[in-house]
Design a protein around this ligand. Structure first.
Ligand SMILES: *Cc1c(COP(=O)(O)O)cnc(C)c1O
Length: 370
């Protein structure tokens, strides 16, 4: 064990501002002085930069990542009587968005990389199936080629839940450019983080984009006319201004996350299951999830050494009380359910110091060598 005992939090949200505080405060002041709090020019500027980053034609700021999934589904007519395929191991909003659009979530198990297993999708398709939600969980792109093949064969839409995957690529293409639409979250815990809630939709579909521009603002066609009832779901100008500052750093932060991941991979692969990138994918490591049969004991061991870890997620969505009406039971999704017993997320935020990472690795090795 290293001589010094360190404290390693799972996240340290304020620490990201230390290096960029002057820039952020100047951007905030500019918005306050302008008085343009709703859909000010910073929102347009962020949307343009975000679309370019993803390689998508359009990006549209909304209130949060959940609305960024619901609004495009509504826009494409997904609702009552429709079924939409989603993975059961995700943040629950991947499924609640489907339900809140009025449709029924249908779960399909994942692979060992936590993303939808394309080989299991066909068996879940019925005449009512309209779409697949491909979640890029942990910041690793889902297998878009294989998923698109199934979707094409059955004439289904593909939505991307890219909430955790800002900047990830698959075969060199940005996530958010594959599906009919993608939803990103800009929540403070996500890789590109607002100082509050925020979300972004990307799409290449001009017609959907025109719908969404109205859909995020009550269905207004213009100031006085309303075309259809809709939500009030906009990204604040203040958040856009802060995010524009952070966009200057997102590549460097992503690089650091990937560097931390590679340090963990090298140090831990002989002791626990570690995630690795396939040749065609660039993951952005929103989370770094290891697996071990001795998860609970290891988690406790690390907690005793001031190292905070999490489980993403301890209860799969199909076993949540909110999903009881769908009629699933324990045993329905063996891969996901096995993961809930063995998964553990290590701290992976860009501001982690090398010595903290070394301390985490040392502590895990010490656990297995005791
Ligand atoms: C965070 C998250 C969401 C929801 O985003 P919010 O901004 O919190 O509404 C949806 N899906 C996944 C996979 C997420 O991680």
């Amino acid at each position: 064990m290293p001589a010094t005992r360190l404290k390693v939090p799972y996240v340290a949200l304020a620490s990201q501002y230390a290096a960029i505080k002057a820039e952020v405060m100047a951007a905030v002041e500019e918005v306050i002085d302008s008085g343009q709090f709703i859909l000010g020019p910073q929102v347009d500027e962020l949307e343009a930069k975000f679309a370019a980053m993803c390689g998508a034609k359009y990006a549209l700021g909304v209130a949060d990542g959940t609305d960024a999934l619901i609004l495009p589904m509504r826009g494409l007519g997904i609702g009552a009587g429709d079924e939409v395929i989603v993975p059961p191991n995700s943040y629950l909003a991947s499924a609640s968005a489907v339900a809140l659009a009025g449709a029924t979530p249908v779960f399909v198990d994942v692979r060992d990389d936590y993303n939808l297993d394309p080989d299991k999708i066909a068996a879940a398709i019925t005449p009512r199936t309209k779409a697949i939600v491909a979640v890029h969980l942990t910041g690793r792109p889902a297998d878009m080629k294989a998923i698109q093949q199934v979707a094409d064969a059955y004439k289904l839409l593909v939505f991307e839940d890219a909430a955790q995957a800002v900047g990830a690529t698959y075969e060199g293409r940005g996530v958010g450019s594959f599906g009919i639409a993608a939803g990103f979250s800009l929540h403070p815990l996500k890789n590109l983080a607002a100082a509050g809630d925020g979300g972004m939709i990307t799409t290449n579909d001009e017609q959907l984009y025109q719908y969404l521009r109205k859909a995020r603002t009550h269905g207004h066609r213009n100031r006085d006319e309303c075309e259809f009832w809709s939500f009030n779901s906009r990204l604040d100008t203040l958040q856009a201004a802060i995010l524009l500052v952070k966009m200057r750093y997102i590549d460097a932060w992503t690089q650091r996350r990937r560097q931390i991941a590679s340090m963990y991979q090298d140090a831990l692969k002989d002791f626990v299951w570690v995630p690795t990138d396939k040749a065609h994918e660039k993951a952005v490591y929103h989370t770094f999830i290891i697996q071990t049969e001795r998860r609970d004991a290891l988690k406790q061991w690390l907690a005793e050494r001031d190292i905070d870890t999490k489980v993403h997620y301890p209860i799969p969505i199909h076993l949540q009380d909110s999903a009881a009406y769908l009629g699933y039971k324990k045993g329905d999704f063996p891969v996901t359910e096995r993961h809930t017993e063995t998964m553990m997320s290590l701290p992976v935020f860009p501001e982690l110091a090398d010595e903290q990472i070394a301390y985490v690795c040392e502590s895990i090795r010490a656990f297995f060598q005791q």
